[in-house]
Write a protein of this length. Structure first.
Length: 371
């Protein structure tokens, strides 16, 4: 059974999760304060590659104050590859969404932690999992309409009017930790074929998740953009994506070749670590709003990001060499949790024109080259 973006599981999470949390909250009568000198932390993050990348800054904030901190992260196979990119993690625990009761038992058997931080904004199963973890202090998000925060010692208001990184910083503050405004940063090697004279632009055309339709850009516009980039900069086009994107990437590769544009198709062929290496030495990434965008920001790649239903304020790339493109309709943004929009005609993406994107590219390319 497909676990990610499964509508049945999402309904079960909400309609079973809420009463379960209310019932379990009766048994939790403690309202603890954060330990004065915490050392042992456990972080819950079970989905979303881009949001997982943001944990790099969280870990750096903790280690900047507590060098001997022990940090455990609970994740799933969906985002474990992103967790493995993070430095400073002592232990990774796999949470089995397909059989959560096994994971509940495993979590209950862990030794006590000083601080538990849940970074899920809406999933009720995360809050339920936190109930089984022994910790002196537990904190996580109170998200409007989700009714999931009753099992924490202190709930943090999850806000749409600030970047997700700032929401994460509020979780750190709930543990009485200082915040210094750090952002994700990865030190990664470049691939051997991506030498210092590499002349390629990466297209990440394929959004993932339940709101993929609302974040996709027209294939013909991608083709026209590739032609303009080739004419102006004489760069090759590299395509990235997941295994599920491989058929569409193969089709796009053939179309680009028919236009005599040099192209390489990496969709479904690279690990996240190797994707970081490819991004590191790219001249530019042009992308829809997805996890690759945050990876590129973390390795210092220039970025042009196309935003439709997603909020630039909430999910924009954390980079000084990035440009976000949006048309600014009154209905934008229409998603907060990532799946709740009922829009079936995403005019916000359809109205993004090739000249708009090309103008953003030219603006970013004029910035001092970091390579």
């Amino acid at each position: 059974m497909r676990l990610r973006n499964n509508p049945i599981l999402k309904k079960a999470d909400r309609y079973l999760g809420i009463p379960l949390i209310w019932g379990m909250s009766v048994l939790k009568n403690r309202h603890n304060l954060p330990p004065a000198t915490p050392r042992n932390f456990i972080l819950m993050k079970t989905a979303a590659i881009g949001d997982t990348i943001l944990l790099d800054a969280v870990i750096k904030e903790i280690r900047g104050q507590i060098q001997d901190a022990k940090i455990t992260i609970v994740c799933t196979k969906n985002n474990k590859g992103a967790v493995e990119l993070l430095t400073g993690v002592n232990h990774i625990i796999d949470f089995h969404m397909g059989n959560p009761f096994v994971s509940f038992r495993e979590l209950a058997e862990l030794p006590e932690f000083d601080c538990l931080m849940d970074f899920a904004p809406w999933a009720h199963i995360n809050a339920i999992a936190c109930y089984f973890i022994k910790a002196k202090f537990k904190t996580g998000f109170a998200t409007n309409g989700m009714y999931r925060h009753y099992l924490y010692d202190k709930a943090v208001i999850h806000r749409d009017d600030q970047h997700e990184m700032d929401n994460y910083r509020d979780v750190l503050r709930a543990c009485n930790l200082e915040v210094h405004g750090l952002v994700p940063h990865f030190e990664v090697p470049v691939l051997p074929e991506s030498g210092q004279k590499a002349t390629y632009v990466i297209f990440h055309m394929f959004p993932g998740g339940a709101s993929a339709l609302l974040r996709a850009w027209n294939k013909d516009k991608w083709l026209e953009l590739a032609q303009r980039i080739r004419e102006k900069y004489d760069y090759a086009i590299y395509l990235t994506g997941g295994k599920e994107d491989a058929p569409n990437a193969a089709e796009m590769t053939e179309k680009l070749q028919n236009l005599n544009i040099e192209v390489k198709n990496y969709a479904g062929k690279l690990s996240l670590k190797d994707s970081c290496s490819l991004l590191k030495n790219a001249r530019l990434l042009v992308t829809v709003n997805t996890g690759i965008m945050h990876m590129a920001a973390a390795v210092g790649t220039k970025i042009v990001a196309l935003h439709g239903a997603t909020s630039i304020t909430r999910w924009g790339p954390l980079s000084d060499t990035a440009k976000s493109v949006a048309v600014g309709l009154s209905c934008q943004p229409c998603i907060s949790l990532g799946f709740e929009s009922k829009c079936t005609e995403p005019k916000c993406m359809k109205m993004i024109s090739v000249p708009m994107v090309m103008a953003a590219i030219e603006n970013v390319m004029k910035q001092q080259n970091s390579h």
